[in-house]
Design a binder for this molecule. Structure first.
Ligand SMILES: NC(=O)c1ccc[n+]([C@@H]2O[C@H](COP(=O)([O-])OP(=O)(O)OC[C@H]3O[C@@H](n4cnc5c(N)ncnc54)[C@H](OP(=O)(O)O)[C@@H]3O)[C@@H](O)[C@H]2O)c1
Length: 245
């Protein structure tokens, strides 16, 4: 259950190299996590649509659209090229605002696929291939627990992803599951919006908190990362017997 390192009898920190797949790792929080894990000596593969500038990581294009058959084929390709995944970090997500009748079928399909179908397909395939129990880190949002008039599909999929994580924890064939729900972060997520991001959370700080939250011994943890002031609130943490820690 350790998270990438253990301590030798001499007290020296030993890195256990892991293969970490970060879906949505080309930007923002996912990119910061990739930076962290790479500098810690892990093998990192990031996915997204834009070729990243970060050196020392593998990149696989994974453009998630509204077509589920295409998504399945693309995910298979990514997993064939980056094998033996120990940890899945799911950080892909995009801003989508509008009342439900302003969203097209394609808008709804893309949100459901990015927010729910892709992580489910990935975990389903990775569990079947894993030698050791797969560790899962899911990045949701405050929209997981805050209904928002103009984000019906975004809120619904983030909420569903949280429940996906909480349910997968009950599967003894899977490793530990972390669900993190951050509030506003200053990233390209907001690039096409008018939102003032000045007081939002720093993505590097959020990444550090996610790394901290993921370490140690637990089977399930759900935490909110909040702002004004910036802080972490662990809502639930369970051990292997699903008892509260
Ligand atoms: N920023 C915030 O205020 C905030 C707040 C709460 C939760 N979150 C969540 O935090 C996570 C990280 O967001 P961020 O702030 O780091 O945003 P970001 O900088 O925009 O990064 C989002 C990542 O998701 C990928 N992605 C988005 N749509 C995709 C699609 N259709 N197909 C494939 N990849 C796609 C992007 O890839 P490309 O750029 O290569 O296309 C990028 O790597 C997301 O799940 C987001 O919902 C963000």
């Amino acid at each position: 259950m350790s998270c990438g390192h253990k301590t030798a009898p001499s007290g020296k920190r030993i890195i256990l190299t892991k293969n970490i797949l970060i879906v949505g790792g080309t930007s923002g929080v996912g990119l910061e996590l990739a930076r962290h894990y790479t500098s810690d000596g892990h093998n990192v593969c990031i996915t997204g649509r834009k070729i990243p500038t970060l050196h020392g990581v593998a990149y696989q294009e994974l453009a998630i659209g509204q077509d589920p058959a295409r998504l399945a084929t693309d995910i298979d390709r990514v997993l064939e090229r980056f094998e033996n995944v120990n940890t899945l970090v799911y950080a892909a997500g995009f801003l989508q605002r509008g009342h439900i009748d302003a969203l097209s079928d394609d808008d709804l399909g893309a949100m459901v696929n990015v927010g729910l179908l892709a992580p489910m397909m990935l975990i389903q395939r990775l569990k079947a291939r894993s030698v050791n129990p797969l560790k899962i880190m899911l990045v949701t949002s405050s929209s997981q627990y805050t209904p928002r008039e103009l984000e019906p599909a975004y809120c619904a999929t983030k909420s569903a992803m949280g429940m996906l994580g909480a349910s997968l924890v009950r599967d003894q064939g899977l490793g530990k599951v972390l669900v993190v729900a951050p509030s506003g972060i200053r990233t390209p997520f907001w690039k096409d919006s008018e939102e003032n991001t000045e007081t939002m959370l720093d993505p590097s700080w959020v990444s550090d908190k996610i790394v901290e939250l993921s370490s140690g011994s637990f089977k399930y943890k759900f935490a909110k990362i909040l702002r004004d002031p910036a802080r972490v609130e662990v809502v639930e943490c369970l051990n292997n017997d699903l008892a509260r820690i």
